[in-house]
Design a protein around this ligand. Structure first.
Ligand code: SF4
Length: 381
């Protein structure tokens, strides 16, 4: 079958991106524009990229991109998909990010905190289900002092020495990050959401700055964490130039993980009437990131699964290699709502785990219940 002119153009750009890990800004713009056009054009839905997932259809141009992204992810991670056990331990937050459902001025949010014993209970359940990474995520809740966080981390470290501990608790001082690291934390997730100062200002309250966010990320990396950054796709005010600026920042920074999910509005935030980000734009970006930063850990996010029934499977088929099922107690799951419609809020951890195995297998991959460190990252035990 003869390739269309656009498919040939995409093939040329993707070959170079795979080889050289970069393109000029103009070429990246052209790449995203052709992909978007192909997705809507007469060739949309022409190629089936996974026989077991009927919805896994795309244009010829997108198929070229996704095949390259899978090829590169398999060079680094084979067919393995790493699972992380997510424990959302507090939905109190001192910040007021305009897109977030647990922002401090949302008086309708039903707040909760887990005790240390509850957190350890989640870890115990997770460990018995085979999880070897725990992700402790929360708003910036100052009622957990540094000493309390260190106590929780060191207890998990002592009980589960073969597990990785990831924290995702926001902006802190370098001293705090060092204390958590010394207590046994291995990894830290802190999405910048956008690297553009003007766009950052639009999404966040005055007191938060992109400079401080980048300072945090640099401190974390210097302290020896495996560091995750990331962005929302289709957030209000986002332009393609913003996304390219993010790609440049992330490639320069060299994160170990990149969380990319679509913006989904929450009904009790200032952005409640904004349009959500799209599945397609998110998949395109995931695949381009895989080609630009090849060894990075790339989650198929819960937000992706929220905007499409097989969004996470499609994420895996676009180069993602991590999924983060929820280990939080079922009675609080529905309260950690950063956005509307979040999936998996009613399932027990065991059924989530089983469901993930099936979804991963259907996409042609296999669940790997290991720590799942970033390729090439030397872990000192
Ligand atoms: S995005 Fe994070 S820091 Fe901002 S309000 Fe939500 S939980 Fe707090």
């Amino acid at each position: 079958m003869r390739m269309s002119a656009n498919a040939m153009k995409i093939q040329t750009l993707i070959d170079r991106l795979e080889r050289e890990r970069t393109l000029s800004d103009a070429e990246l713009e052209e790449l995203f524009a052709i992909l978007a056009q192909a997705h809507k054009g007469p060739g949309a839905g022409k190629v089936q990229i996974c026989a077991d997932i009927p919805q896994a259809v795309c244009s010829e141009e997108e198929a070229i991109l996704y095949a390259a992204a899978r090829r590169v992810r398999e060079q680094y991670y084979g067919k393995d998909v790493y699972l992380r056990g997510l424990i959302e331990f507090t939905n109190y937050c001192r910040n007021d990010c305009r897109y977030c459902g647990i922002r401090r001025s949302n008086k309708k949010a039903e707040r909760y905190r887990l005790t240390k014993d509850q957190i350890l209970d989640c870890c115990r359940q997770g460990y018995n289900l085979g999880f070897r990474t725990f992700v402790l995520q929360g708003g910036e809740d100052l009622s957990y002092t540094d000493a309390a966080i260190c106590d929780i981390v060191s207890s998990i470290r002592a009980l589960y020495p073969d597990c990785a501990i990831t924290l995702s608790i926001g902006e802190k001082s370098r001293e705090s990050y060092k204390a958590y690291k010394d207590a046994g934390a291995d990894r830290y997730l802190l999405r910048q959401e956008t690297s553009s100062p003007a766009h950052y200002r639009y999404l966040h309250p005055e007191e938060l700055t992109i400079e401080n966010r980048k300072r945090c990320l640099s401190d974390l990396k210097e302290l020896g964490y495996q560091v995750g950054c990331g962005i929302m796709v289709g957030s209000p005010g986002q332009t393609l130039a913003n996304v390219i600026e993010d790609l440049r920042y992330m490639q320069d920074f060299g994160p170990h993980m990149i969380g990319v999910g679509p913006f989904i509005p929450h009904k009790d935030t200032p952005f409640k009437d904004e349009a959500p980000g799209t599945l397609t734009d998110t998949l395109h970006l995931l695949a381009v990131i895989r080609l630009m930063i090849p060894g990075v850990l790339l989650p198929a996010t819960t937000a992706l699964g929220t905007i499409h029934p097989v969004g996470r499977e499609l994420g895996l088929l676009a180069g993602a290699n991590v999924i983060m099922p929820n280990l939080s107690p079922v009675n609080v799951r529905g309260k950690y709502l950063l956005y509307d419609g979040k999936i998996c809020t009613g399932d027990e951890a065991a059924s989530c785990r089983h469901c993930m195995d099936l979804r991963i297998a259907r996409a042609g991959y296999k669940t790997a219940m290991v720590r799942g460190d970033c390729a090439g990252f030397a872990v000192n035990d």
